[in-house]
Design a binder for this molecule. Sequence first.
Ligand code: C2E
Ligand code: MG
Ligand code: MG
Length: 574
Amino acid sequence: MDELHYQYNLLRAKNQTLESTERMYRSICNTSTNAFLYYSFTDNKLFTMGAWESYFDIRIDSIKNLASLTEFVQDKYQLALREILYLEQTKMERASKEVCLLNGKKWVECEVNISYDEKQRPIEKIIRFKDITKFKKQNDELSYLAYYDILTGLYNRNYFVRILADWLRKAETDKSVVSVVFIDIDDFRKINDGLGLIVGDELVQVFGQFLGTFSQENVIVSHFNSDIYCMAIYDPCGNRTVDAIYHEIQSRLQKPFLLSTRHELDITVSVGVAEYPEAAKSALELINCAEIVMFKSKAGGKNGLTYFDTPILNDFLKNIEIENKLKEALFANQFELNFQPQYDSSSGRLRGVEALIRWKDHMGKSVSPSDFIPIAEKNGTIVPIGNWVIDEAIRILAEVKRKYRIDFVMSINISAIQYKRDEFVGDLIAILRKYDVNPNEIELEITETVLIDDFKLVKDKMHTLREYGVKVSLDDFGTGFSSLSYLKGLPIDTLKIDKTFVDTVIVDESTRIIMESIIHMAKRLGYDTVAEGVETKEQYDYLKSIGCDTIQGFYLSKPMSVEAFEQLLSEMIH
Ligand code: C2E
Ligand code: MG
Ligand code: MG
């Protein structure tokens, strides 16, 4: 009896411990925001715990089979959920899936753990449902940032490159063409600087949204940065070819963009196009090629479209090579000056020489100034190079004058960038003093491009220079905007008529009419006239007959080394 009593008390005590442990687990589960489902394979029993109702609007006793849970998730997740709810069929112990509930608002992670006996028969299965909506949202925001550009809502550069790379792989098997279209708003900096960043940003946004309307299954549009956009077209055809899209862009740009700031902006764009497989094989290379030709459109006067082709690439590569070599050229003393005489047409006397820079790179290869000066202007090396030219030309001038005592003018070409620097006049005067050269023995050749940006500033500087006694000549006259009216009141001494006029003056009647009126007008304005690039006797005689003061060109003399020039001077005095 005692034994029985003892056993009874022992069982009761054990039961109490069990009950309190179960209570503990249950309350832990119930305070959790997760929902749990326990299934015993041995006695086919199903228990639920935790925040069950916040996931599924279903009573546990109505779950006849687990599969009915899949009715609570969106169609596309049903299969995945079913697979892990019956994970024992795969003999796996653990797996999890993320599914979205029917209302689309809640994301749930469903994790399943199964234990097996030694014969691999399932014993029990615990399924946990966890609300991951918040995490998912943050993730979505992150991936939005990873794929899209916030300002325009278009794809960002990285994602564009990824899709393009996929497309190129596909195009290789399909033998398809992929066009990459690089678009840049013209003079965007002026809008940003003149109207402010907010207006600039809004323009980028509205134009980007307009470009976004082209996106389709085979067209992707992205905003790279600032005012740069890029499109890719897979297998272009119909109204989704580069030309058709460009045409649509052009017609949209006929009307201004209306901004919330009430600005009405008219814009133009420069476009470059490169196509797979012709231009390049990889996404980055293709984009690069399209960008290169976009710059070609810019250089060609903006508001245009250029297709990539091999000569353009070669040109570009050549420019890069020059740019790299240019940096060391000055230190390596690779420059020298040549001098081309200019003669008075009526007396035949030497009027002056034009200093022309010559560059032999480290391999001894000559690079034409027409090729490297524009590059030096772009990368800023024109400033030290230009200073060297001025110093060297004036140094040589001082030296040969001392030696030969012949009067002539040294013409020095000045780039617009050099001319516009604040230090320009001061530096020039300092060099003239250093070599003790009279300012009226030099003439600065400036092209019309210098007048484009800030006419008044440029004019004032010309006045200052002429007050010092330095002569100013307008070079390449006739190649720029050539409006005769702006010449009025321009403080220059000399007008240098461009070779392109001289070239056709004998054969073309209308060139002769223009030439005569230029010379006539220059005379009335009190300018000296120089014709450059005179190659034949006919040209020389004609120019002389219409009163052109000075002649320069291969007919009289090619540019020569300083030694040859000295030889010429020494012959003149003997
Ligand atoms: P530019 O100032 O108009 O110089 C005249 C160019 O025409 C020179 O070319 C000269 O060699 C060439 N030339 C002269 N007569 C004839 C001719 O009868 N026939 C032909 N076919 N050509 C003739 P170059 O020396 O190659 O210079 C080209 C341009 O490079 C120059 O045009 C000038 O704009 C620029 N440049 C040359 N030296 C300098 C420099 O020291 N500084 C700057 N900023 N630019 C320079
Ligand atoms: Mg010149
Ligand atoms: Mg010239």
